[in-house]
Design a protein around this ligand. Sequence first.
Ligand code: SF4
Length: 341
Amino acid sequence: LHPEDRCPGVLRLHEAADGRLARVRLPGGRLDVRGLHALAAVARLGNGIVELTSRASVQLRGLPEGSETAAAEPLAPAGLLPSPSHERVRNILGSPLAGRHPDALGEIDALVAALDRGVCGDLELARLSGRFLFAVEDGSGTLGEHRADVVLRAAGADRFAVQGGSPVACEAAVTQALALASRTLHDEPLPAPPSSAPAVAIIGAILQSDGRVAVSGMARLGRLDGHVLQAVAELAERSGTSVRVGPARTLTLLDVAATEAGVVRARLGELGLIVDPASGWVGLSACAGEGACASARFAVRAAAARRGAERGPGSGPEHWSGCERRCGLPAGVVSSMGADR
Ligand code: SF4
């Protein structure tokens, strides 16, 4: 275990002001119907608050002390806890449409899965910091700015450039990425990752290159209720689709038939998710704040929510913090509201 690593997981809960918090890693943001039901079940153990993080993980809040086993029980059979020893180091961001966007240069699902297997299959990598992050980009520019340590970028069918190097096939790319991760355990510096750029908005209905549609809804200030996960699971089941969690705090249903996209989008809107890319809520974020963090000096989330109702289209990134620590400040956002004022 990394000596300074206090990142929570499922088997190591974080003690917050509103109870214990579990963080579930989702390599590539992938969630199937079973996974959505399992997360909803864990949310019911706690206060029902579900958070989507800037690393496309899911956090479940307000769990009782000592509920690690109860939390793991629904997650393991749903495939969300494949390696207890590596659960906190499976940090793999992936482009939310995973190669389906018309501007994508290649598919990434197989690479993300192989990288995850590689991480979990390497005993030494269990000692990685819980902050260590891989990013797998499909070349569409939809992943957005991030602070990944190792970047794998699609450069054509089954070709990936690792850390800006020459493109290689999937298997070799995984080997290179794992070797870079291993170097950090021996205090060897890594070559700088290629720069990332602000995301192309993927909120609402986005036409995929195969003619089907990805339908995406954003959680206001990164939070939703557990019952929304349950409802999204039912929606995904009816549409025969799977879901991706994106770092812009989105839930995206992939491969929706074009004839059903309008209904799916309307349903996500009914569930309280933002489905209009021009909404003032887009680009607005806030830390855990009042009720969840004892350091919050004022009702930061309530203040941010008032801003969300006021902001117009294209208001730009804005982050609200309850104290100088500025937790959750997104990559590329230089200052925050609240604590800085
Ligand atoms: S920024 Fe401050 S108030 Fe907000 S979650 Fe972090 S420590 Fe708590």
